[in-house]
Design a protein around this ligand. Structure first.
Ligand code: ATP
Ligand code: LTN
Length: 335
């Protein structure tokens, strides 16, 4: 694959740190394919970010390929989108080190993801977890990215990327393009089904808290049936009704119905009916993705060929930015 024109660049990624959830899909991946005509899109499997939390090597390896298959099964055409694995392109680590030296300890200390993950992994608060945003900034800045489609939880990381890029540009002159976050109107934050004030996360240990993209229809319906709601009985989007609000958001994402339409549809019907309808809409909405995923996973050779080609083109693009940066900061370059 090769970008044949100078459309603006879109870059995003998901960590292969667990089975992908409905949060990853509705908050990020589902929106990616809507950008593929208008932009040159780069979607990366960010395995280097995943090891900021301990991973089982065999599982990390397996999930890396599975994540790629989910990207394609979600409608990303590998002929139009640049798809690759982060660790296959050394420039990400190389630029991250440089950016580490232009990112302040105080800035990194304010990151809520760092605070959350440190609390969750108290025995493994490693330096990578702390400098995670510099690697993410490197991912984005290497490709002159204009737009970064992510869920709302990543907004702070885009802001620090912009700050670091502006700081660098101020010292050395125009080097980096300053990226903008891109967030859809609904689905930017999907909450846990078990604790609807917490974000749905693929590394949550509670199986019932998240819908996995590859869950069977039965499992999806069962999990929605068990979803925590409130003691009210009325399907209404309102403050304090976190569980119901979350289910309504999910239902709206799959049916394109507005909150008012959903309230009307379930007027006078109980939560049981509503939960079943959400489960069915979600399972049916995911069915085509699941079928395509199964087809792709049966052909690992094809998936590997995409990764090889992707790494080669991404390395070519990234090396241009990296050498510019190396030159600007004064690293000696032989002729
Ligand atoms: P982990 O649990 O390992 O931290 P995660 O499930 O939070 O992972 P990431 O790989 O960090 O997922 O995120 C990939 C993309 O999915 C990001 O764009 C992120 O904003 C989005 N995302 C993750 N969880 C949600 C959610 N609950 N709602 C909306 N978007 C989400
Ligand atoms: N930190 C992101 C994943 C990620 C990313 C990126 C997203 C790593 N590098 C670059 C957009 C652009 C997350 O979702 N946790």
């Amino acid at each position: 694959m090769e970008f044949s024109n100078d459309k603006k660049i879109v870059f995003s990624g998901v960590q292969p740190s667990g089975n992908l959830t409905l949060g990853n899909y509705l908050g990020a991946i589902k929106n990616w394919k809507t950008l593929q005509d208008e932009y040159n899109c780069i979607y990366c499997v960010v395995d280097m970010h995943a090891i900021t939390v301990r991973q089982d090597p065999a599982e990390l390896r397996r999930r890396t390929l599975e994540t790629l298959a989910i990207y394609i099964a979600s409608g990303l055409d590998p002929k139009e989108n640049l798809l690759f694995v982060q660790s296959h392109v050394p420039a990400h680590a190389q630029l991250a080190w440089v950016l580490d030296c232009y990112t302040m300890f105080g800035e990194l200390s304010r990151m809520t993801q760092f605070k959350d993950k440190s609390a969750k992994n108290a025995q493994n608060i490693n330096a990578g977890l702390f400098t995670y945003p510099s690697l993410m900034a490197a991912d984005i800045l290497l490709y002159k990215t204009a737009l970064v489609p992510v869920g709302v939880d990543q907004k702070q990381h885009i802001e620090i990327t912009r700050d670091v890029a502006e700081r660098f540009n101020q010292i050395y002159g125009e080097t980096f393009v300053i990226p903008e976050p891109y967030m859809p109107k609904t689905g930017t934050k999907i909450f846990s089904l078990a604790e609807p004030t917490k974000k749905m996360s693929k590394s949550d240990e509670n199986e019932n808290a998240s819908i996995k993209l590859l869950d069977t229809k039965d499992a999806i319906i069962r999990k929605f049936k068990r979803a925590v709601t409130d003691s009210d009985t009325c399907v209404k989007y309102a403050e304090g009704k976190d569980g119901i609000n979350n289910l309504m958001t999910i239902y709206s994402c799959f049916t394109s119905k507005s909150m008012e339409e959903i309230e009307k549809e379930f007027d006078g019907r109980g939560y049981g009916d509503f939960k079943l309808a959400v489960g069915e809409a979600c399972a049916d909405g995911l069915a085509p993705l699941q079928a395509e995923y199964a087809r792709l996973m049966a052909d690992k050779g094809y998936l590997e060929s995409i990764l090889k080609e992707g790494a080669s083109y991404a390395s070519y693009l990234a090396s241009k930015t990296l050498s510019k940066v190396y030159r600007k900061i004064g690293f000696y370059q032989t002729k």
